[in-house]
Design a protein around this ligand. Structure first.
Ligand code: 5GP
Length: 210
């Protein structure tokens, strides 16, 4: 691709948080509001839950296919979470960024660290549940998860929350509307950062000189 002087690459927004913190709803809401954002559908070796659809919620693939993907460098990042593999397709993400699209990734802490190594300008957002009691309640309401899985996810949630201070932005998902407004605010602010806008200034001054 030939990149003009005014080309600007998109930004990655990494969204993490324990299962049940409400990341998925938050991401769906923001994608409805801002259709120009791109969401990277992850690959996973876990089985679909509830009405999850192939290619929409996840690309559900076999462990063999996933491991082959690791060997071939298919993933921008990957991690084992709750005993299953999860990973982000690197080619898709880099194409979107080059085309100027901002990309949302819903990934765990291990993946977030890997993404920041590859893309130091990636912005990181952690979504917190309002309380542990609320988190437990939300996990129990997912009737497709067996009780022992809920316990596993609760323990994992605490491990994730310990990592929250590493993230640049924290959203407490108490009321949905406020959480959506917070995420919108973060994305807007990052888009206005001088690193993102430098090319506007440059091209304006360039025209003034002409
Ligand atoms: P769930 O099975 O509840 O959909 O997701 C479990 C965890 O895996 C969540 O914390 C989610 O953010 C994380 N996850 C989903 N996709 C990816 C991915 O591609 N990479 C990594 N590292 N984590 C992921």
């Amino acid at each position: 691709m030939i990149r003009s002087e005014t080309h600007r690459e998109g930004l990655i927004f990494v969204i993490s948080g324990p299962s049940g913190a409400g990341k998925t709803t938050l991401i769906h809401s923001i994608l409805l509001k801002w259709p120009e954002l791109r969401f990277s559908v992850s690959c996973t070796t876990r089985s679909p839950r509830g009405d999850e659809a192939q290619g929409k919620d996840y690309h559900f693939i076999s462990t063999e296919e996933f491991q082959e993907g690791i060997r071939r460098g298919r993933f921008l990042e990957w991690a084992k979470v709750h005993g299953a593999y999860y990973g982000t397709d690197g080619k898709r993400v880099s194409e979107w960024l080059l085309e100027g699209f901002d990309v949302l990734l819903d990934i765990d802490v291990q993946g977030a660290r890997q993404v920041v190594c590859h893309y130091p300008l990636a912005r990181t957002v952690f979504v917190m549940p309002p309380s542990l009691e609320e988190l437990e309640q939300r996990l129990r309401e997912r009737d497709s998860d067996a009780p022992e899985k809920v316990a596993l996810r609760l323990r994992a949630a605490l491990d994730e929350i310990r990592e929250a201070p590493w993230y640049e932005f924290l959203i407490v998902n108490d009321t949905r509307e406020e959480a959506i407004a917070d995420l919108e605010g973060i994305i807007r602010a990052c888009r206005c950062h001088r690193l993102r806008r430098a090319h506007w200034v440059g091209s304006l001054l360039e025209r003034a000189r002409a």
